[in-house]
Ligand binder design. Structure first.
Ligand SMILES: Cc1cc2nc3c(=O)[nH]c(=O)nc-3n(C[C@H](O)[C@H](O)[C@H](O)COP(=O)(O)OP(=O)(O)OC[C@H]3O[C@@H](n4cnc5c(N)ncnc54)[C@H](O)[C@@H]3O)c2cc1C
Length: 386
């Protein structure tokens, strides 16, 4: 397998790299400090077609694939993770479920605007009492026999992109019945923003990703038409497992970008900063730290590209996606810690990008499946029953 980029993907990489440096880098620090969603930057990402990267042209997409999405996420996260996670969640969690499981009508209704970035989609799986154990969903959706509508009740927490001015929908998982063995039957249902009874809380105060949107959502007798069911009734659990498998590749690409951004910033700083009469980068202790950071970012890149290539080729990729996510998030945290150390006291100042990278790194070991969950998946793929 050749993990070098094709000429088209290299061109995409360069375009996004330029955008990240010219447009994102100069502005994002202020948005981050103000905990403000960067509408202007997101609009520009939409114009560039980034939200449509892996979707067919007939629905307004760019006709690319998961490799293309990963390349864009990596380049964005080299500079900033808030904009990268906004793209990741918009594409992998917001639009992808509709692309993979939607009816023709649902695709035509939602995908063009999701692909252009005119609206953002969100995916509501996690609940206050169930994150890793997502099968413990308590949100319910029952059919109203008189109208056929779904009536949804429950609460979702930590949902990315769910409360921006341009959020168009959230797909929620809900218990819609019981299987013969008593286990809950879970389905996925599209809830358009603004549906009566659907309340979006104020944004959380977060440790990182401060220019991205994360909210708690509540549903009190929320009614949506029968045709808002996404995919087959009772298949919601299987569907979200597929979405999360793919999403792990995207998070791995994002984590690789953050890890590489730490290298970029450290190399620059180690050349500029002088101590004891010479650049700190002249010290082997600093050089070795940066060499190890580069090694880790490079290896993480190979891992996510391998998983993405398998997905694109239609091969099994579950284990490789979990490996890539586990490894890249671990080394993103390592690199962020080391980059901060190399920056000394300035690394603790929010005006330096490495401070943002340090704050943004930890969530990578938690979101879209914790590191423990990745290890569980890998062990299961190795035939170790749990
Ligand atoms: C900023 C942010 C954005 C997010 N965006 C979204 C989103 O858009 N949509 C969405 O649905 N969710 C979202 N999430 C939720 C995220 O996916 C969950 O937080 C994550 O899956 C972990 O679930 P939890 O928080 O309930 O932790 P828990 O499941 O309660 O886990 C707590 C700890 O126990 C460990 N643990 C649990 N079970 C086991 C086990 N069997 N063996 C060993 N260890 C175990 C976990 O690894 C973890 O360390 C987001 C979270 C954050 C913080």
């Amino acid at each position: 397998m050749d993990h070098r980029l094709s000429p088209e993907l290299e061109e995409l990489r360069r375009t996004v790299e330029e955008f990240a440096h010219d447009v994102v880098a100069p502005k994002i620090g202020d948005y981050y400090e103000r905990h403000e969603f960067p509408y202007e930057i997101v609009r520009e990402m939409g114009r560039m077609g980034l939200f449509g990267l892996p979707f067919p042209e007939e629905y307004g997409g760019m006709g690319g694939d998961y490799l293309a999405l990963g390349v864009a996420l990596e380049e964005l996260a080299r500079v900033d993770s808030s904009v990268a996670i906004t793209l990741e969640a918009g594409v992998s969690l917001g639009a992808m479920p509709i692309h993979l499981f939607g009816t023709e009508e649902q695709k035509r209704r939602w995908l063009p605007r999701l692909c252009s970035g005119e609206i953002l989609g969100a995916f509501g799986l996690t609940e206050p009492d169930g994150g890793s154990d997502a099968g413990a969903t308590r949100t319910t959706a029952r059919r109203d026999p008189a109208t056929g509508e779904w009536v949804i009740n429950g609460t979702k927490c930590f949902i990315t992109n769910s409360g921006t001015d341009i959020t168009g929908l959230v797909t929620v998982t809900a218990v819609t019945g019981r299987k013969p063995d008593g286990r809950p039957e879970i389905s996925a249902i599209i809830v358009p923003s603004g549906t009566p009874g659907f309340t979006v809380a104020a944004p959380y105060s977060k440790v990182g990703w401060n220019a991205s949107d994360t909210r708690e959502l509540s549903f009190a007798d929320v009614r949506v038409p029968a045709e808002n069911l996404l995919g087959e009734e009772g298949r919601g659990y299987a569907q979200f497992l597929r979405i999360l498998d793919e999403g792990r590749i995207a998070i791995a690409a994002l984590a690789t970008g953050l890890a590489q951004g730490c290298v970029d910033e450290s190399v620059t700083y180690a050349k500029e900063r002088h101590a004891f009469g010479r650049p700190i980068g002249a010290n082997q202790a600093i050089q070795f730290k940066i060499a190890d950071m580069e090694m880790k970012a490079h290896t993480a890149r190979l891992a996510w590209r391998d998983a993405a290539s398998r997905l694109v080729a239609g091969e099994p990729f579950k284990k490789e996606a979990a490996l890539a996510k586990l490894y890249s998030s671990t080394i993103a945290v390592d690199n962020a810690r080391d980059a901060t150390q190399i920056h000394g006291g300035y690394g603790f100042m929010n005006e330096y990008p490495v401070a943002r990278m340090w704050r943004d790194s930890k969530i990578l070991e938690i979101g879209e499946g914790t590191s423990e969950v990745q290890r569980m998946l890998i062990a299961r793929e190795l035939g170790l029953a749990g």
